[in-house]
Design a protein. Structure first.
Length: 292
């Protein structure tokens, strides 16, 4: 058995196991991630976040994201805010701006005076090849500055209209009348399994309350529904602005708490604003055969 030190963190209920590979190198494997993320036999988390030393001199720290099923993924907005808070607490960053290198590039996190963390999520991307997304054979229409696509979902007894975007990972956004009564547990997996998303997709369901306020639920790749999803909320913000439904700052009510997004539109970066908190720290004994 090997003892591994960890920090449990959460951002609006999206929870993470954070491992510090700068202080304590660890060999990551799919079985290890699944063990640590298990809510009965492990610590329990939507994702595992791994902070590593800079890969090259002069580069920022690196952080990696693993879903609870063990798959490594490209981006996580709530996770970025949490690792930013973690890096500040460990003295790995100075000032209130913390850059990181991720699988898909760089991300910068900054601390606000009110205690919230802001993640610069970069520019939303809508080109099909960047998501990736194959629209061949799908009905479509244009609303505002974005294309909406439709897929019949027999299991839900309805057609599903959605937009697509990349926030460093793939997203489909569905605007609905009521997020509580929409069968997201049917529509989410349906879109994820569609051949038009060759790398699967995270699916956001958005209930617009006003031009500056919305409710959101997200069915993610790997864990299924989470209490909040930073990149999903960012993609929803981008979709709403492009459709003309949202102003440039929107408050989102997720099931685990409140998030906000600010975006001036195409050509500018999108900010994701919200809490990032330590829940507890500890040590867990891990069977050696789970280590990579």
């Amino acid at each position: 058995m090997t003892a591994i030190h960890f920090t449990k963190m959460q951002g609006a209920g999206n929870d993470f196991v954070v491992l510090d590979a700068i202080d304590e190198p660890v060999r990551i494997s799919t079985p290890l991630v699944r063990f640590l993320a298990d809510r009965r036999f492990g610590i329990g988390a939507d994702q595992l976040l791994l902070i590593e030393p800079a890969q090259k001199e002069g580069e920022p720290l690196r952080y990696r994201i693993f879903n609870s099923d063990g798959d490594e993924v490209e981006q996580c907005g709530n996770g970025a805010r949490c690792v930013g808070r973690f890096a500040l607490a460990r003295g790995y960053a100075e000032g209130n701006a913390i850059p990181f290198v991720t699988m898909k590039g760089r991300i910068c996190v900054r601390a606000e005076a009110d205690g919230r963390m802001v993640a610069d999520m970069g520019q939303p991307r809508f080109a099909c090849e960047e998501i990736p997304f194959n629209p061949e054979g799908l009905a479509s229409r244009t609303e505002g500055r974005i294309t909406l696509y439709t897929l019949p979902c027999p299991a839900a007894g309805c057609d599903v209209e959605f937009s697509v975007a990349s926030m460093g990972n793939p997203h489909a956004t569905v605007f609905v009348e009521n997020v509580d009564t929409t069968p997201i547990e049917v529509i989410g997996p349906f879109l994820q399994q569609s051949a038009c998303f060759p790398e699967s997709v995270n699916v956001g369901f958005v209930e617009r309350l006003s031009a500056t306020h919305a409710r959101i639920r997200v069915w993610e790749r790997g864990p299924g529904e989470t209490l909040a999803c930073g990149t999903g909320t960012s993609a929803a913000m981008a979709a709403g602005v492009m459709r003309g439904l949202f102003e440039n700052r929107v408050e989102f009510d997720a099931r685990g708490g409140d998030l906000a997004c600010a975006w001036a539109g195409p050509g500018s970066s999108l900010d994701l604003i919200g809490p990032a908190e330590v829940v507890f720290t500890g040590t867990i004994e891990v069977p050696d055969e789970l280590l990579g």
